[in-house]
Structure formats: structure tokens, C-alpha cells
Ligand binder design. Structure first.
Ligand code: PLP
Ligand code: TYF
Length: 400
């Protein structure tokens, strides 16, 4: 029956992990996938998560959640993103549903806009963007186009190109924005640039669709990292917002996320809610309960919340300290040719190193150092035990 099914390509990010697993070199390093590792290279179970989970394990029933998820979780998660004093929240005009992590939020959002957004079926993504964005939005029924974002020459933001392309988008188009800690580049607009983007999107009647997979992970401050979506809402935009608790709570495999849309009134919200349910019901009926209970316990208990904030900051700070250490090793210890200051200025989980594809291939083949072919490294994969070997390897690859 399936003789005509062609073999498809493997996921470019998860493929790196497969190659890493097959390598027997004891010095091997995996900087491919964006998953946090602690100072000894191990996955990190946040103590706040362990405490929240311990309090209900074996006691909570396994009944179905409602279609839009656990209400105590969705209301607290919305508050986390928008801020407690956000107008649409206070007015009861925010349509919200739990989602299968950030990916599921993007998919629900894409499908909702494909079905109901009246002005356009085209979403513009930054170049480059997270590799899964294009298939998610295509499969949702949207057309995918690009705006310029990253400038290879400066290893920074192509601000002029970004503005030109967004200004040139047809009126009403959907613009995907990474709220913070842009994946894969680690390059974010400044607050002044966000403010200008807000004006430019207003002028073009463009629809801001935020992907916020790293709230708290960028700066270590939950509120600071939510600046962009909050600013757009304050400026009167109606927005879509996707949240993930994979990174900031380390709940990767629990699939905890949120999708929300600001609406103009409680009455409009009720209509949007009803259509979100109609969209979700035939997809997966209702979301998983376990991780949502963990996140709900943390977000609703002041003591656990405070503890969690400290743990998020701890993860962000460890990543930032690895940026400084790597910069110092390349610049001061090895005198590696080139300017490496972008390693310190880039934000969040990743650094876009500027290493070329042949250099990344040589690093894997000769040094068992694995990263994606575009030269992206997950900073969280570095620690005091492996950073010197990594810097020495990069130095060797650059000097050839
Ligand atoms: N959006 C971006 C930019 C990401 O980097 C990721 C991956 O971590 C996601 C969304 C969704 O991840 P998840 O589905 O694990 O929450
Ligand atoms: O970019 C990353 O590494 C993270 C993790 O299919 C990830 O977003 C990678 C691939 C994937 C799901 C998550």
C-alpha cells in the first residue's frame, strides 16, 4: 500500500542528537538541541517543579480536562505573560486555551487565523526562524513568507532590512515575532526598536503573532522578557500569543503551553472561545493534565512562585556566565581570529557563532563537537567541565 511513500528528511535539529549518541569519544559535546543542562551537563529538574509535583502525585485523579484545559493554569499563565494589570485580562476580553506546549499553541493559532482572520492568509517569518515554524504554519493552512532579520556581516539585527520588508508586506498580513531570545540567532530588537515596530505594524494594519517560548530565559526576569507583547497590547494592538513552559519550567516532555488572543470585548471573547473549542476538539479533544497541574501549583502559590523565579534566574545566569567564559577563552586565551563579542551580546538559549558549515562538519568529525549546520550552539550545553575543550576546538576549526 505504501510503495509510493517517499522517504522524508530527518529533523535537522534532532538529527544532531542522533549523530552525537552514535559517537564513542568520551570528550564529545552536544550543543545541538535547545534543552537546558546544569553545570555538570545533566538535565535539570527544577526543585520548585519537584516540590509542586510531590504534593499531588498519587492523589490527583486522571479525569479529562475541559477542551481548553485547566482553568487555574490558563488564568495564571495568561497573567504571567500579559501582567496582572493588563487591560484585556481585566476586561475579560482575553480568549485563552491550554495547548500542547509552544508547538501546539502555534498550530492552534495558525489554524484559527487560517479559518477566521479576515484580512490575510499570509504569515511573515524572520529569516532565519525556528525550523518548525514553516511546516507548522503551512500545515495550518497559511502561506509562509519571510522578512529579513539577521545580518551575517554584523552578526546582529538587520534592522533596516526588517523594517523595509515589514513595511512592504500587504496590508493586514500576519507578522510572526519572537517575543524574546530569538531562535536560532540570539538576536533581539531593543525596546526602542520594539516601540518602532509597534508603530510600523499599526500603520500597515498588520497582525502581530508572538511566539514566546523563552519567557524568563533571556534576562532571568519574567516581566522584562514579556516586554514586547505587553507593549504591543498597551499600544492598542490585538495580538496572538503562544507560550511554552518547556524551557522556563523544564517541563519539555510534559507539553505545557498556552495560546491566547486579545479580543475587543467579553462578548467577542466568548465567540472566539467557542470556535477555539470547535477547532481543538477534533485535533486532540483535550490537553494533558499532569504538567498543567505542576505549572498551576507553581504559578498560584506565592512561595513556590518565588522559588521558581529564582531557579529561572539561576538558569539564565548560568547561560550568561558561559557566554562571558567562552568569549574570554576565544579572545584572550586563544586569540582566535575574528570578533567574538556577539557571543556575549546574543540573548537566550542560543548563540549564532558565525561558524561556517564546513567548520561545523570538521568540529563534529575531528573533535566530536556537535551543533546545527548553521553554526548555532545551545549555550546551555556548555559547562566548566567542557568549555575549554570546546573553545580549543573552535579555535582549531577557525585557524584551519
Ligand atoms: N518556538 C520556538 C522559537 C522554539 O524555540 C520552540 C522550541 O523550543 C518552540 C516554539 C516550541 O517548543 P515546545 O513545543 O517544546 O514548547
Ligand atoms: O530549537 C531547538 O533546539 C528547540 C528544541 O522538533 C526543539 O526548539 C528542536 C526540534 C524540535 C522540537 C524542539
Amino acid at each position: 500500500v505504501w510503495s509510493a511513500v517517499p522517504a522524508g528528511p530527518p529533523d535537522p535539529i534532532l538529527g544532531v542528537t542522533e549523530a552525537f549518541r552514535a559517537d564513542t569519544n568520551p570528550l564529545k559535546i552536544n550543543l545541538g538541541v535547545g534543552a537546558y543542562r546544569d553545570g555538570s551537563g545533566k538535565p535539570y529538574i527544577l526543585p520548585s517543579v519537584a516540590a509542586a509535583e510531590a504534593a499531588f502525585v498519587g492523589q490527583a485523579d486522571k479525569e479529562y480536562l475541559p477542551i481548553t484545559g485547566l482553568a487555574s493554569f490558563t488564568s495564571a499563565a495568561a497573567k504571567l505573560a500579559y501582567g496582572a494589570d493588563s487591560a484585556p485580562l481585566k476586561q475579560g476580553a482575553l480568549a485563552v486555551t491550554q495547548s500542547i506546549s509552544g508547538t501546539g499553541a502555534l498550530r492552534i493559532g495558525g489554524a484559527f487565523l487560517a479559518r477566521f482572520y479576515p484580512s490575510s492568509k499570509t504569515i511573515y517569518l524572520p529569516t532565519p526562524s525556528w525550523g518548525n515554524h514553516t511546516p507548522i504554519f503551512r500545515d495550518s493552512g497559511l502561506d509562509v513568507k519571510q522578512y529579513r532579520y539577521f545580518d551575517k556581516r554584523t552578526v546582529g539585527l538587520d534592522w533596516a532590512g526588517m523594517l523595509d520588508d515589514i513595511r512592504a508586506a500587504p496590508k493586514g498580513s500576519i507578522i510572526l515575532l519572537h517575543a524574546c531570545a530569538h531562535n536560532p540567532t540570539g538576536v533581539d530588537p531593543t525596546r526602542a526598536q520594539w516601540a518602532e515596530l509597534s508603530h510600523v505594524l499599526k500603520e500597515g494594519n498588520l497582525f502581530p503573532f508572538f511566539d514566546m517560548a523563552y519567557q524568563g530565559f533571556a534576562s532571568g526576569d519574567i516581566d522584562a522578557d514579556a516586554f514586547a507583547p505587553r507593549h504591543f497590547v498597551q499600544q492598542g494592538h490585538q495580538i496572538a500569543l503562544c507560550q511554552s513552559f518547556a524551557k522556563n519550567m523544564g517541563l519539555y516532555g510534559e507539553r505545557v503551553g498556552l495560546f491566547s488572543l486579545t479580543t475587543s470585548s467579553p462578548e467577542e471573547k466568548a465567540r472566539v472561545d467557542s470556535q477555539l473549542k470547535i477547532l481543538i476538539r477534533p485535533l486532540y479533544s483535550n490537553p494533558p493534565v499532569h504538567g498543567a497541574r505542576i505549572a498551576s501549583a507553581i504559578l498560584n502559590d506565592p512561595g513556590l512562585y518565588k522559588q521558581w523565579e529564582g531557579e529561572v534566574k539561576g538558569m539564565a545566569d548560568r547561560i550568561i556566565s558561559m557566554r562571558t567564559a567562552l568569549y574570554n577563552l576565544l579572545t584572550n586565551t586563544h586569540h582566535t581570529p575574528g570578533d567574538w563579542s556577539h557571543i556575549k551580546s546574543q540573548i537566550g538559549m542560543f548563540s549564532f557563532t558565525g561558524l561556517t558549515q564546513p567548520q561545523t562538519e570538521a568540529l563534529a568529525a575531528k573533535r566530536s563537537v556537535y551543533m546545527t549546520k548553521d553554526g548555532r550552539i545551545s549555550m546551555a550545553g556548555l559547562n566548566e567541565g567542557n568549555i575549554e575543550y570546546f573553545a580549543e576546538s573552535v579555535d582549531g576549526a577557525v585557524k584551519g
